[in-house]
Write a protein that binds this ligand. Structure first.
Ligand SMILES: [Zn+2]
Ligand SMILES: [Zn+2]
Length: 331
């Protein structure tokens, strides 16, 4: 099968024919239709995440159809079913975290397109227990960004509890999707962009943000919560400073530059800082249930599989105004 393969970090992906994978016990073989590109893919390519599988097929927002079902695979799927394969690819089910409903923190978790092969390919195998049926409301391209930007964004959003005034720092793909849910649920949205990024501020306003500004600006009111989607450490003290008492800063990214020091008074008053790591299957079920009700709309720009490097470079340089989605079956 055709695949785009990462042999070594900091090198472009190589277009190659590799053996078609076989579904093992409990696994599905999925013919990939589309796979959205995530910021995490860039972190993996750049060597910013430790110990990836190498060589590696990237991609963890996979949409495809079940081609073959391995022995003892979850009976909720049949041949031909459309499935989504997200970042969380496998957990042991028995560690302290798994047994306390925190499988996202599993000591031995494996991740699609990072420690196991992903969807920048014609086929992928995945543990059926970690695959999902997808809402019919969406086509194969539109639904792909929901599988990471949507899911991990959703987990970040849920960490903000019932915060009424919600700040978002970094208005990219994840923010865009989560903002739609926040507005649907009646939150007031304050969006912080790169200083001077009027275009992004305008699109956040159009979506329904009550206030937009640069990350160097103060919001007119104190926030009950802030989610940081940009991988920029100095935003943490900035967001903390913007919080009302009891507020929370949620860092939604998998990688971030160092956080500068800040005065304790900014943390005082039971303010909190937390990160969000990965997702649980429950996050996915909840999000895929609410997304079509809002409905959360995605903006996508498609690239054929063989142009994965172009998609990654355009993402890196900020040339995309939508989520890049690789289209595979017909490329
Ligand atoms: Zn575990
Ligand atoms: Zn991702």
């Amino acid at each position: 099968m055709r695949a785009m393969v990462l042999d070594t970090p900091k090198q472009p992906l190589q277009a190659r024919d590799v053996p078609k994978p076989k579904p093992g016990r409990g696994q599905l073989l999925v013919r990939v239709s589309s796979c959205a590109v995530c910021h995490t893919d860039l972190h993996v390519v750049d060597g910013e995440l430790p110990n990836p599988k190498l060589p590696l097929i990237l991609g963890h927002q996979i949409v495809g159809r079940v081609e073959e079902i391995g022995e003892q695979a979850d009976s909720k799927f049949q041949i031909g079913d459309r499935v989504g394969i997200p970042w969380l690819g496998w957990t042991d089910g028995e560690c302290f975290y798994c047994r306390s409903n925190r499988e996202n923190l599993c000591d031995r978790a494996r991740f699609t397109g990072y420690t196991i092969d992903g969807g920048y390919a014609e086929f992928a195998v995945a543990d059926a227990r970690f695959c999902f049926h997808l809402p019919e409301h969406y086509d194969d391209v539109d639904v792909a960004p929901l599988l990471c930007a949507g899911l991990i964004g959703y987990r970040s959003y849920r960490k903000t509890g019932d915060a009424h005034r919600l700040g978002i720092y970094g208005f990219g793909n994840a923010a865009n999707l989560i903002a739609q849910i926040a507005l649907y649920e009646g939150r007031e949205l304050f969006v912080f962009t790169r200083p001077g990024d009027k275009a992004t501020q305008l699109s956040a306003k159009k979506l329904g943000a009550i206030w937009t500004g640069g990350s160097d600006e103060q919001s007119p009111e104190k926030l009950d919560a802030a989610i940081i989607f940009a991988s920029v450490g100095p935003l943490v003290p900035a967001a903390l400073h913007a919080l009302a008492k009891g507020g929370i800063v949620v860092c939604g990214g998998i990688h971030m530059s160092d956080i500068p020091s800040f005065p304790y008074v900014d943390l005082w008053g039971e303010r909190m800082i937390t990160s969000v790591a990965n997702l649980t299957r429950r996050d996915a079920e909840e999000f895929l249930e609410i997304a079509p009700r809002v409905p959360v709309l995605t903006k996508t720009e498609t690239f054929p599989l063989k142009e994965a490097n172009t998609a990654l470079e355009k993402f890196r340089s900020g040339e995309l105004s939508a989520t890049a989605v690789l289209t595979i079956s017909d490329s």
